[in-house]
Design a binder for this molecule. Structure first.
Ligand SMILES: Cc1cc2nc3c(=O)[nH]c(=O)nc-3n(C[C@H](O)[C@H](O)[C@H](O)COP(=O)(O)OP(=O)(O)OC[C@H]3O[C@@H](n4cnc5c(N)ncnc54)[C@H](O)[C@@H]3O)c2cc1C
Length: 507
Protein backbone atom coordinates (compact mmCIF):
# COMPACT_ATOMS: atom_id res chain seq x y z
CA UNK A 1 0.00 0.00 0.00
CA UNK A 2 1.48 3.37 -1.01
CA UNK A 3 2.03 5.67 1.94
CA UNK A 4 0.80 9.29 1.66
CA UNK A 5 3.70 11.40 0.53
CA UNK A 6 4.92 14.26 2.65
CA UNK A 7 3.65 17.20 0.62
CA UNK A 8 6.26 19.57 -0.74
CA UNK A 9 6.03 23.28 0.08
CA UNK A 10 4.66 25.69 -2.53
CA UNK A 11 7.10 28.27 -3.93
CA UNK A 12 5.14 31.01 -2.13
CA UNK A 13 3.00 30.17 0.90
CA UNK A 14 -0.44 30.02 -0.70
CA UNK A 15 -3.38 30.81 1.58
CA UNK A 16 -6.14 28.24 1.94
CA UNK A 17 -9.61 28.63 3.46
CA UNK A 18 -11.32 25.37 4.45
CA UNK A 19 -15.09 25.58 4.89
CA UNK A 20 -16.04 23.10 7.63
CA UNK A 21 -14.12 21.16 10.26
CA UNK A 22 -15.48 17.70 9.50
CA UNK A 23 -12.98 14.85 9.10
CA UNK A 24 -12.43 15.61 5.40
CA UNK A 25 -11.88 19.31 6.05
CA UNK A 26 -9.46 18.74 8.90
CA UNK A 27 -7.41 16.15 7.04
CA UNK A 28 -6.92 18.41 4.00
CA UNK A 29 -6.19 21.39 6.27
CA UNK A 30 -3.62 19.59 8.43
CA UNK A 31 -1.74 18.03 5.52
CA UNK A 32 -1.54 21.34 3.68
CA UNK A 33 -0.45 23.27 6.78
CA UNK A 34 2.27 20.68 7.35
CA UNK A 35 3.41 21.29 3.76
CA UNK A 36 3.78 25.02 4.36
CA UNK A 37 0.44 26.41 3.17
CA UNK A 38 -1.26 29.08 5.30
CA UNK A 39 -4.48 27.37 6.31
CA UNK A 40 -7.56 28.76 8.05
CA UNK A 41 -10.50 26.49 8.78
CA UNK A 42 -13.95 27.99 9.38
CA UNK A 43 -16.55 25.95 11.24
CA UNK A 44 -20.17 26.94 11.71
CA UNK A 45 -20.46 24.99 14.98
CA UNK A 46 -18.55 25.72 18.20
CA UNK A 47 -16.69 22.39 17.88
CA UNK A 48 -14.87 20.37 15.21
CA UNK A 49 -15.94 16.95 13.91
CA UNK A 50 -19.21 17.61 12.06
CA UNK A 51 -21.23 14.40 12.07
CA UNK A 52 -18.80 12.80 14.52
CA UNK A 53 -20.31 14.75 17.43
CA UNK A 54 -20.99 13.97 21.08
CA UNK A 55 -23.79 14.79 23.50
CA UNK A 56 -24.12 14.65 27.28
CA UNK A 57 -27.52 13.80 28.76
CA UNK A 58 -27.30 13.75 32.55
CA UNK A 59 -24.74 11.13 33.55
CA UNK A 60 -24.69 9.62 30.04
CA UNK A 61 -22.43 10.59 27.13
CA UNK A 62 -23.34 9.62 23.57
CA UNK A 63 -21.66 9.72 20.18
CA UNK A 64 -24.40 11.08 17.93
CA UNK A 65 -22.91 10.07 14.56
CA UNK A 66 -20.42 7.33 13.67
CA UNK A 67 -19.94 4.48 16.10
CA UNK A 68 -17.74 1.85 14.44
CA UNK A 69 -14.08 2.64 13.72
CA UNK A 70 -12.57 0.73 10.79
CA UNK A 71 -9.44 0.90 8.60
CA UNK A 72 -7.09 2.14 11.35
CA UNK A 73 -4.20 2.32 8.86
CA UNK A 74 -5.93 5.29 7.18
CA UNK A 75 -5.70 7.24 10.44
CA UNK A 76 -2.19 5.95 11.14
CA UNK A 77 -1.00 7.20 7.75
CA UNK A 78 -2.64 10.57 8.36
CA UNK A 79 -0.88 11.10 11.67
CA UNK A 80 2.40 9.78 10.31
CA UNK A 81 2.25 12.22 7.35
CA UNK A 82 2.12 14.92 10.05
CA UNK A 83 5.21 13.44 11.69
CA UNK A 84 3.17 11.97 14.54
CA UNK A 85 2.11 8.59 15.89
CA UNK A 86 -1.60 7.80 15.99
CA UNK A 87 -1.05 5.90 19.24
CA UNK A 88 0.04 9.15 20.94
CA UNK A 89 -3.29 10.78 20.05
CA UNK A 90 -5.87 7.97 20.01
CA UNK A 91 -6.39 4.79 21.99
CA UNK A 92 -8.12 2.15 19.86
CA UNK A 93 -9.86 -0.79 21.50
CA UNK A 94 -10.16 -3.95 19.35
CA UNK A 95 -13.67 -5.35 19.34
CA UNK A 96 -14.01 -9.13 19.68
CA UNK A 97 -16.82 -9.71 18.97
CA UNK A 98 -17.16 -6.93 16.44
CA UNK A 99 -20.94 -7.33 16.50
CA UNK A 100 -23.67 -9.51 18.00
CA UNK A 101 -26.43 -10.47 15.56
CA UNK A 102 -29.99 -11.37 16.61
CA UNK A 103 -32.35 -13.00 14.10
CA UNK A 104 -36.11 -13.22 14.28
CA UNK A 105 -36.05 -17.03 14.23
CA UNK A 106 -34.12 -16.97 17.51
CA UNK A 107 -30.66 -17.57 16.01
CA UNK A 108 -27.86 -15.47 17.51
CA UNK A 109 -24.27 -15.17 16.42
CA UNK A 110 -21.24 -12.99 16.94
CA UNK A 111 -18.80 -11.82 14.27
CA UNK A 112 -15.05 -11.77 14.86
CA UNK A 113 -12.08 -10.40 12.92
CA UNK A 114 -10.42 -13.74 13.71
CA UNK A 115 -11.49 -15.76 10.66
CA UNK A 116 -11.27 -19.16 12.35
CA UNK A 117 -13.38 -18.02 15.26
CA UNK A 118 -15.92 -16.34 13.01
CA UNK A 119 -16.10 -19.40 10.73
CA UNK A 120 -16.75 -21.69 13.71
CA UNK A 121 -19.44 -19.33 14.98
CA UNK A 122 -21.14 -19.20 11.54
CA UNK A 123 -21.18 -23.02 11.46
CA UNK A 124 -22.55 -23.21 15.00
CA UNK A 125 -25.40 -20.77 14.44
CA UNK A 126 -26.30 -21.21 10.76
CA UNK A 127 -26.09 -23.68 7.90
CA UNK A 128 -23.24 -21.70 6.31
CA UNK A 129 -19.72 -23.12 6.51
CA UNK A 130 -16.30 -21.86 7.53
CA UNK A 131 -15.07 -22.81 4.05
CA UNK A 132 -17.71 -20.54 2.47
CA UNK A 133 -16.57 -17.69 4.71
CA UNK A 134 -12.96 -18.30 3.82
CA UNK A 135 -13.72 -18.27 0.07
CA UNK A 136 -15.86 -15.15 0.45
CA UNK A 137 -13.19 -13.22 2.33
CA UNK A 138 -10.54 -14.34 -0.15
CA UNK A 139 -12.60 -12.96 -3.01
CA UNK A 140 -13.02 -9.72 -1.05
CA UNK A 141 -9.24 -9.49 -0.75
CA UNK A 142 -8.98 -9.81 -4.52
CA UNK A 143 -11.53 -7.03 -5.11
CA UNK A 144 -9.60 -4.86 -2.66
CA UNK A 145 -6.30 -5.52 -4.41
CA UNK A 146 -7.77 -4.40 -7.75
CA UNK A 147 -9.99 -1.54 -6.70
CA UNK A 148 -9.18 -0.55 -3.11
CA UNK A 149 -6.26 1.73 -3.71
CA UNK A 150 -7.51 2.95 -7.10
CA UNK A 151 -10.94 3.99 -5.80
CA UNK A 152 -10.09 5.19 -2.33
CA UNK A 153 -6.69 6.82 -2.56
CA UNK A 154 -6.86 8.65 -5.89
CA UNK A 155 -9.13 11.04 -7.68
CA UNK A 156 -11.23 9.19 -10.28
CA UNK A 157 -11.53 12.44 -12.21
CA UNK A 158 -7.89 12.97 -13.16
CA UNK A 159 -6.36 11.29 -16.21
CA UNK A 160 -3.12 10.76 -14.28
CA UNK A 161 -4.90 8.20 -12.05
CA UNK A 162 -5.55 5.94 -15.03
CA UNK A 163 -2.22 6.49 -16.74
CA UNK A 164 -0.06 5.52 -13.77
CA UNK A 165 1.28 1.93 -13.78
CA UNK A 166 -0.86 0.98 -10.77
CA UNK A 167 -3.93 2.65 -12.33
CA UNK A 168 -3.44 0.76 -15.61
CA UNK A 169 -2.90 -2.50 -13.70
CA UNK A 170 -6.22 -1.97 -11.91
CA UNK A 171 -8.15 -0.92 -15.02
CA UNK A 172 -7.09 -4.07 -16.85
CA UNK A 173 -8.47 -6.16 -13.99
CA UNK A 174 -11.70 -4.26 -13.37
CA UNK A 175 -14.00 -7.16 -14.36
CA UNK A 176 -12.61 -8.97 -11.28
CA UNK A 177 -14.38 -6.47 -9.01
CA UNK A 178 -17.73 -8.06 -9.84
CA UNK A 179 -19.61 -4.87 -10.80
CA UNK A 180 -22.43 -6.49 -12.77
CA UNK A 181 -24.37 -8.35 -10.09
CA UNK A 182 -25.70 -7.02 -6.81
CA UNK A 183 -24.06 -7.52 -3.44
CA UNK A 184 -27.06 -9.63 -2.44
CA UNK A 185 -26.72 -11.84 -5.53
CA UNK A 186 -23.03 -12.41 -4.74
CA UNK A 187 -23.80 -13.17 -1.09
CA UNK A 188 -26.65 -15.53 -1.97
CA UNK A 189 -24.29 -17.42 -4.29
CA UNK A 190 -21.58 -17.56 -1.63
CA UNK A 191 -23.48 -18.76 1.44
CA UNK A 192 -25.86 -21.68 1.92
CA UNK A 193 -27.83 -20.04 4.73
CA UNK A 194 -30.06 -16.94 4.44
CA UNK A 195 -28.89 -15.65 7.82
CA UNK A 196 -25.28 -15.50 6.60
CA UNK A 197 -26.53 -13.81 3.41
CA UNK A 198 -28.38 -11.18 5.46
CA UNK A 199 -25.32 -10.57 7.62
CA UNK A 200 -23.15 -9.83 4.58
CA UNK A 201 -25.94 -7.90 2.80
CA UNK A 202 -25.87 -5.50 5.72
CA UNK A 203 -22.50 -4.11 4.60
CA UNK A 204 -24.34 -2.13 1.91
CA UNK A 205 -25.64 0.07 4.73
CA UNK A 206 -22.09 1.12 5.63
CA UNK A 207 -22.44 3.78 2.99
CA UNK A 208 -26.22 4.08 3.06
CA UNK A 209 -26.96 1.80 0.09
CA UNK A 210 -29.37 -1.01 -0.81
CA UNK A 211 -27.81 -4.52 -0.94
CA UNK A 212 -30.24 -5.56 -3.69
CA UNK A 213 -28.92 -2.77 -5.95
CA UNK A 214 -25.39 -1.94 -4.89
CA UNK A 215 -22.78 -3.83 -6.97
CA UNK A 216 -20.97 -6.84 -5.53
CA UNK A 217 -17.84 -4.65 -5.54
CA UNK A 218 -19.12 -3.55 -2.14
CA UNK A 219 -17.81 -6.80 -0.68
CA UNK A 220 -14.76 -4.63 -0.20
CA UNK A 221 -16.54 -3.36 2.95
CA UNK A 222 -16.66 -6.70 4.83
CA UNK A 223 -13.14 -7.28 3.57
CA UNK A 224 -11.82 -4.18 5.33
CA UNK A 225 -13.79 -4.97 8.49
CA UNK A 226 -12.50 -8.54 8.82
CA UNK A 227 -9.00 -7.81 7.58
CA UNK A 228 -8.24 -4.77 9.73
CA UNK A 229 -10.87 -5.30 12.45
CA UNK A 230 -13.66 -3.30 14.03
CA UNK A 231 -12.64 -0.94 16.79
CA UNK A 232 -14.00 1.23 19.54
CA UNK A 233 -12.12 4.35 20.60
CA UNK A 234 -11.41 5.22 24.21
CA UNK A 235 -13.66 8.11 25.17
CA UNK A 236 -15.92 7.40 22.20
CA UNK A 237 -15.66 8.23 18.51
CA UNK A 238 -15.62 11.92 19.40
CA UNK A 239 -11.98 11.34 20.41
CA UNK A 240 -11.19 10.97 16.67
CA UNK A 241 -12.07 14.53 15.58
CA UNK A 242 -10.57 15.86 18.82
CA UNK A 243 -7.26 14.12 18.03
CA UNK A 244 -7.35 15.35 14.44
CA UNK A 245 -8.08 18.89 15.56
CA UNK A 246 -5.17 18.86 18.02
CA UNK A 247 -2.82 17.49 15.35
CA UNK A 248 -4.06 20.05 12.80
CA UNK A 249 -3.49 22.91 15.25
CA UNK A 250 0.02 21.62 15.94
CA UNK A 251 0.64 21.52 12.18
CA UNK A 252 -0.26 25.22 12.03
CA UNK A 253 -3.95 25.25 11.03
CA UNK A 254 -5.85 28.21 12.49
CA UNK A 255 -9.35 27.20 13.59
CA UNK A 256 -12.21 29.72 13.55
CA UNK A 257 -15.10 28.11 15.42
CA UNK A 258 -18.71 29.31 15.41
CA UNK A 259 -17.86 31.05 12.11
CA UNK A 260 -20.34 30.22 9.40
CA UNK A 261 -19.08 30.86 5.87
CA UNK A 262 -21.84 32.78 4.09
CA UNK A 263 -20.39 32.60 0.59
CA UNK A 264 -17.50 31.35 -1.48
CA UNK A 265 -16.34 34.31 -3.56
CA UNK A 266 -15.31 34.12 -7.18
CA UNK A 267 -13.99 36.58 -9.74
CA UNK A 268 -16.46 38.35 -11.99
CA UNK A 269 -16.37 35.66 -14.63
CA UNK A 270 -17.07 33.05 -11.95
CA UNK A 271 -14.00 31.18 -13.17
CA UNK A 272 -11.75 31.45 -10.10
CA UNK A 273 -12.34 31.17 -6.36
CA UNK A 274 -11.02 34.30 -4.65
CA UNK A 275 -12.03 33.86 -1.02
CA UNK A 276 -14.94 33.59 1.38
CA UNK A 277 -17.42 35.81 3.21
CA UNK A 278 -17.75 35.29 6.97
CA UNK A 279 -19.76 37.51 9.34
CA UNK A 280 -20.27 39.97 6.47
CA UNK A 281 -16.49 40.31 5.90
CA UNK A 282 -14.89 39.36 2.60
CA UNK A 283 -11.58 37.54 3.06
CA UNK A 284 -9.20 36.80 0.20
CA UNK A 285 -7.65 33.35 -0.22
CA UNK A 286 -5.71 31.72 -3.03
CA UNK A 287 -7.55 28.44 -2.56
CA UNK A 288 -10.90 27.45 -1.08
CA UNK A 289 -11.72 23.88 0.00
CA UNK A 290 -15.34 23.08 0.75
CA UNK A 291 -15.93 20.36 3.34
CA UNK A 292 -19.61 21.35 3.33
CA UNK A 293 -22.07 19.11 1.51
CA UNK A 294 -21.56 19.37 -2.28
CA UNK A 295 -25.14 20.44 -3.05
CA UNK A 296 -25.25 23.08 -0.36
CA UNK A 297 -21.88 24.38 -1.60
CA UNK A 298 -23.43 25.09 -5.01
CA UNK A 299 -26.84 26.17 -3.77
CA UNK A 300 -25.90 28.32 -0.81
CA UNK A 301 -22.20 29.11 -0.78
CA UNK A 302 -21.72 29.71 -4.51
CA UNK A 303 -25.31 30.87 -5.10
CA UNK A 304 -25.42 28.58 -8.17
CA UNK A 305 -28.38 26.22 -7.66
CA UNK A 306 -28.58 25.73 -11.41
CA UNK A 307 -24.91 24.97 -11.97
CA UNK A 308 -24.42 21.85 -14.09
CA UNK A 309 -22.62 20.15 -11.19
CA UNK A 310 -25.56 20.87 -8.86
CA UNK A 311 -28.10 19.55 -11.38
CA UNK A 312 -26.05 16.44 -12.00
CA UNK A 313 -25.69 15.82 -8.26
CA UNK A 314 -29.42 16.37 -7.69
CA UNK A 315 -30.19 13.61 -10.16
CA UNK A 316 -28.21 11.05 -8.14
CA UNK A 317 -29.84 8.91 -5.48
CA UNK A 318 -29.01 10.09 -1.96
CA UNK A 319 -27.86 7.60 0.66
CA UNK A 320 -30.29 6.64 3.39
CA UNK A 321 -30.72 8.59 6.59
CA UNK A 322 -31.16 7.40 10.16
CA UNK A 323 -33.64 7.72 13.00
CA UNK A 324 -31.67 7.69 16.23
CA UNK A 325 -32.78 7.23 19.83
CA UNK A 326 -30.25 8.08 22.55
CA UNK A 327 -31.31 6.16 25.63
CA UNK A 328 -29.68 6.20 29.06
CA UNK A 329 -30.52 2.71 30.38
CA UNK A 330 -30.39 2.21 34.13
CA UNK A 331 -29.17 -1.36 34.03
CA UNK A 332 -26.80 -3.44 31.94
CA UNK A 333 -27.28 -6.39 29.59
CA UNK A 334 -24.74 -9.17 29.33
CA UNK A 335 -26.21 -10.39 26.03
CA UNK A 336 -25.19 -7.10 24.38
CA UNK A 337 -21.72 -6.10 23.19
CA UNK A 338 -20.52 -2.76 21.84
CA UNK A 339 -22.35 -3.34 18.53
CA UNK A 340 -25.61 -5.24 18.21
CA UNK A 341 -27.88 -5.85 15.24
CA UNK A 342 -31.49 -7.03 15.49
CA UNK A 343 -32.37 -8.10 11.96
CA UNK A 344 -35.75 -7.64 10.28
CA UNK A 345 -37.55 -10.75 8.99
CA UNK A 346 -37.72 -9.54 5.37
CA UNK A 347 -34.61 -7.58 4.38
CA UNK A 348 -35.71 -7.09 0.76
CA UNK A 349 -38.93 -5.47 1.88
CA UNK A 350 -37.07 -3.27 4.37
CA UNK A 351 -34.87 -1.79 1.62
CA UNK A 352 -37.71 -1.53 -0.84
CA UNK A 353 -39.61 0.55 1.73
CA UNK A 354 -36.59 2.85 2.23
CA UNK A 355 -35.38 3.32 -1.34
CA UNK A 356 -38.36 2.57 -3.61
CA UNK A 357 -41.27 3.79 -1.50
CA UNK A 358 -39.51 6.42 0.62
CA UNK A 359 -41.15 5.02 3.75
CA UNK A 360 -39.94 4.11 7.22
CA UNK A 361 -39.73 0.30 7.38
CA UNK A 362 -42.54 -1.32 9.36
CA UNK A 363 -40.14 -4.07 10.48
CA UNK A 364 -36.80 -2.25 10.70
CA UNK A 365 -33.40 -3.75 11.42
CA UNK A 366 -32.22 -2.17 14.67
CA UNK A 367 -28.65 -1.23 15.51
CA UNK A 368 -27.68 -0.70 19.16
CA UNK A 369 -24.25 0.74 19.91
CA UNK A 370 -23.08 0.98 23.53
CA UNK A 371 -19.82 2.88 24.10
CA UNK A 372 -20.00 2.34 27.87
CA UNK A 373 -19.10 -1.33 27.23
CA UNK A 374 -15.54 -0.16 26.44
CA UNK A 375 -15.57 3.36 27.97
CA UNK A 376 -17.38 2.84 31.31
CA UNK A 377 -17.19 6.56 32.12
CA UNK A 378 -19.82 7.13 29.39
CA UNK A 379 -22.62 5.93 31.75
CA UNK A 380 -23.22 5.81 35.51
CA UNK A 381 -22.05 2.59 37.22
CA UNK A 382 -24.24 -0.38 36.30
CA UNK A 383 -25.93 1.58 33.48
CA UNK A 384 -25.49 1.72 29.68
CA UNK A 385 -25.69 4.43 27.00
CA UNK A 386 -27.66 3.05 24.06
CA UNK A 387 -27.43 4.64 20.62
CA UNK A 388 -30.29 2.98 18.73
CA UNK A 389 -30.46 3.54 14.97
CA UNK A 390 -32.81 2.36 12.25
CA UNK A 391 -32.23 3.12 8.57
CA UNK A 392 -34.88 5.37 7.06
CA UNK A 393 -35.33 7.29 3.81
CA UNK A 394 -33.91 10.74 3.28
CA UNK A 395 -35.66 13.73 4.75
CA UNK A 396 -38.35 15.14 2.48
CA UNK A 397 -40.40 16.91 5.11
CA UNK A 398 -42.04 13.86 6.71
CA UNK A 399 -43.67 14.18 10.14
CA UNK A 400 -40.68 12.65 11.92
CA UNK A 401 -42.10 13.02 15.42
CA UNK A 402 -45.09 10.85 14.50
CA UNK A 403 -42.92 8.37 12.58
CA UNK A 404 -40.48 8.18 15.49
CA UNK A 405 -43.28 7.41 17.93
CA UNK A 406 -44.33 4.42 15.81
CA UNK A 407 -40.74 3.28 15.36
CA UNK A 408 -40.04 3.57 19.08
CA UNK A 409 -42.97 1.30 19.94
CA UNK A 410 -41.68 -1.33 17.46
CA UNK A 411 -38.12 -1.07 18.76
CA UNK A 412 -39.20 -1.41 22.39
CA UNK A 413 -41.36 -4.41 21.61
CA UNK A 414 -38.60 -6.21 19.66
CA UNK A 415 -35.77 -5.44 22.10
CA UNK A 416 -38.00 -6.38 25.05
CA UNK A 417 -38.74 -9.73 23.42
CA UNK A 418 -35.08 -10.45 22.60
CA UNK A 419 -33.65 -9.31 25.93
CA UNK A 420 -36.44 -10.67 28.16
CA UNK A 421 -37.03 -7.32 29.90
CA UNK A 422 -39.51 -4.50 29.52
CA UNK A 423 -37.16 -1.77 28.24
CA UNK A 424 -39.28 1.38 28.53
CA UNK A 425 -39.14 1.64 32.36
CA UNK A 426 -35.35 1.33 32.15
CA UNK A 427 -34.96 4.46 30.01
CA UNK A 428 -33.70 7.13 32.38
CA UNK A 429 -32.95 9.80 29.82
CA UNK A 430 -33.84 10.06 26.15
CA UNK A 431 -33.25 12.15 23.05
CA UNK A 432 -34.41 11.69 19.49
CA UNK A 433 -32.38 12.60 16.38
CA UNK A 434 -34.38 12.65 13.15
CA UNK A 435 -33.20 12.99 9.53
CA UNK A 436 -34.42 16.61 9.68
CA UNK A 437 -32.16 17.18 12.73
CA UNK A 438 -29.23 15.59 10.89
CA UNK A 439 -29.88 17.82 7.90
CA UNK A 440 -30.10 20.94 10.07
CA UNK A 441 -27.24 20.12 12.46
CA UNK A 442 -24.67 18.74 10.03
CA UNK A 443 -25.65 20.53 6.82
CA UNK A 444 -26.06 17.21 5.02
CA UNK A 445 -28.60 17.60 2.21
CA UNK A 446 -31.73 15.47 2.89
CA UNK A 447 -30.10 14.30 6.16
CA UNK A 448 -28.28 11.61 4.14
CA UNK A 449 -25.61 9.96 6.26
CA UNK A 450 -23.12 9.29 3.46
CA UNK A 451 -23.69 11.64 0.50
CA UNK A 452 -24.94 9.76 -2.56
CA UNK A 453 -25.79 6.05 -2.38
CA UNK A 454 -23.88 3.37 -4.28
CA UNK A 455 -27.04 1.87 -5.75
CA UNK A 456 -25.65 2.00 -9.25
CA UNK A 457 -22.64 0.15 -10.58
CA UNK A 458 -21.09 3.45 -11.71
CA UNK A 459 -21.74 5.38 -8.49
CA UNK A 460 -18.05 5.43 -7.57
CA UNK A 461 -17.44 7.52 -10.69
CA UNK A 462 -20.41 9.83 -10.11
CA UNK A 463 -19.35 11.30 -6.78
CA UNK A 464 -18.28 14.91 -7.02
CA UNK A 465 -14.66 15.48 -8.03
CA UNK A 466 -12.21 16.75 -5.43
CA UNK A 467 -11.12 19.54 -7.78
CA UNK A 468 -13.48 21.85 -9.64
CA UNK A 469 -12.73 22.06 -13.36
CA UNK A 470 -15.00 25.09 -13.84
CA UNK A 471 -13.90 27.23 -10.90
CA UNK A 472 -10.13 27.31 -10.52
CA UNK A 473 -8.81 27.19 -6.98
CA UNK A 474 -11.96 25.49 -5.66
CA UNK A 475 -11.68 22.01 -4.15
CA UNK A 476 -14.01 19.59 -2.35
CA UNK A 477 -13.30 17.17 0.48
CA UNK A 478 -15.72 15.16 2.61
CA UNK A 479 -18.30 12.41 2.50
CA UNK A 480 -20.35 13.88 -0.34
CA UNK A 481 -17.27 14.16 -2.61
CA UNK A 482 -15.00 11.36 -3.84
CA UNK A 483 -14.40 8.71 -2.48
CA UNK A 484 -17.57 8.96 -0.35
CA UNK A 485 -18.91 8.69 3.18
CA UNK A 486 -17.72 6.94 6.30
CA UNK A 487 -14.95 8.27 8.53
CA UNK A 488 -11.93 6.69 6.81
CA UNK A 489 -13.19 7.67 3.37
CA UNK A 490 -13.89 11.25 4.45
CA UNK A 491 -10.34 11.41 5.78
CA UNK A 492 -8.96 9.97 2.52
CA UNK A 493 -11.01 12.54 0.63
CA UNK A 494 -9.04 15.24 2.46
CA UNK A 495 -5.72 13.54 1.61
CA UNK A 496 -6.64 13.33 -2.08
CA UNK A 497 -7.67 17.00 -2.04
CA UNK A 498 -4.41 18.03 -0.36
CA UNK A 499 -2.46 16.19 -3.07
CA UNK A 500 -4.48 17.89 -5.81
CA UNK A 501 -3.94 21.33 -4.26
CA UNK A 502 -0.23 20.62 -4.17
CA UNK A 503 -0.28 19.59 -7.81
CA UNK A 504 -2.68 22.13 -9.31
CA UNK A 505 -2.70 24.99 -6.78
CA UNK A 506 -4.78 27.88 -8.10
CA UNK A 507 -5.12 26.33 -11.60
C1 LIG B 1 -25.98 8.86 12.47
C2 LIG B 1 -24.70 8.61 11.73
C3 LIG B 1 -24.05 7.38 11.83
C4 LIG B 1 -22.85 7.13 11.15
N1 LIG B 1 -22.18 5.94 11.35
C5 LIG B 1 -20.91 5.79 10.86
C6 LIG B 1 -20.07 4.71 11.30
O1 LIG B 1 -20.45 3.89 12.15
N2 LIG B 1 -18.80 4.60 10.77
C7 LIG B 1 -18.31 5.52 9.88
O2 LIG B 1 -17.15 5.41 9.45
N3 LIG B 1 -19.09 6.58 9.46
C8 LIG B 1 -20.36 6.74 9.95
N4 LIG B 1 -21.11 7.85 9.61
C9 LIG B 1 -20.64 8.73 8.52
C10 LIG B 1 -19.52 9.70 8.96
O3 LIG B 1 -19.91 10.37 10.13
C11 LIG B 1 -19.32 10.73 7.87
O4 LIG B 1 -19.14 10.12 6.59
C12 LIG B 1 -18.09 11.61 8.11
O5 LIG B 1 -17.97 11.98 9.47
C13 LIG B 1 -18.28 12.83 7.23
O6 LIG B 1 -17.20 13.70 7.33
P1 LIG B 1 -17.13 14.97 6.38
O7 LIG B 1 -15.70 15.30 6.18
O8 LIG B 1 -17.98 14.80 5.18
O9 LIG B 1 -17.72 16.17 7.25
P2 LIG B 1 -19.09 16.40 8.02
O10 LIG B 1 -19.12 15.55 9.22
O11 LIG B 1 -20.25 16.37 7.10
O12 LIG B 1 -18.83 17.89 8.51
C14 LIG B 1 -18.93 19.01 7.67
C15 LIG B 1 -18.68 20.23 8.55
O13 LIG B 1 -18.84 21.40 7.76
C16 LIG B 1 -19.48 22.38 8.55
N5 LIG B 1 -20.09 23.36 7.64
C17 LIG B 1 -21.03 23.14 6.70
N6 LIG B 1 -21.35 24.30 6.07
C18 LIG B 1 -20.58 25.26 6.64
C19 LIG B 1 -20.44 26.68 6.43
N7 LIG B 1 -21.18 27.32 5.52
N8 LIG B 1 -19.54 27.36 7.18
C20 LIG B 1 -18.79 26.72 8.13
N9 LIG B 1 -18.90 25.40 8.38
C21 LIG B 1 -19.77 24.68 7.64
C22 LIG B 1 -20.50 21.57 9.33
O14 LIG B 1 -20.96 22.28 10.48
C23 LIG B 1 -19.69 20.33 9.69
O15 LIG B 1 -18.99 20.49 10.90
C24 LIG B 1 -22.30 8.13 10.28
C25 LIG B 1 -22.96 9.36 10.16
C26 LIG B 1 -24.12 9.63 10.89
C27 LIG B 1 -24.79 11.00 10.80
Amino acid sequence: MAKPRALSAPSRALSVAVVGAGLGGMSAAALLAKAGYKVDIYERLPYAGGKAASRQLGGYRFDTGPSLFTMPWVFKEFFSALGERMEDRLKLIPLEPICNYFYQDGARLSSYADELRFGAELERATGATAAQLSRYLKKGRRVWSVAGELFLKHSLHEASTYLSPSGLWSILRLPAIDPLRSLHAANAAAFSDPRAVQLFDRYATYNGSDPYKTPATMRIVPHVEYRWGGWAVEGGIVSVPRAMEAAARDAGVRFHMASEVEAILTDEAGARATGIRVGGKELNYDIVISNADVLSTYRRLLGQPDAPEAKRYEALEPSSSGLVFLWGIKTSFEQLSSNNIFFSADYRREFSRIFDEGLVPDDPTMYVNITSKTSPQDAPAGCENWFVLINVPRNSGQDWQALAAGAKARILSRLGRELGRDIEPLIETEQLITPADIERDTGSTYGSLYGIASNDRFSAFFRHANRSRRIRGLYFSGGSAHPGGGMPLALLSGSITAELVRKHGTH
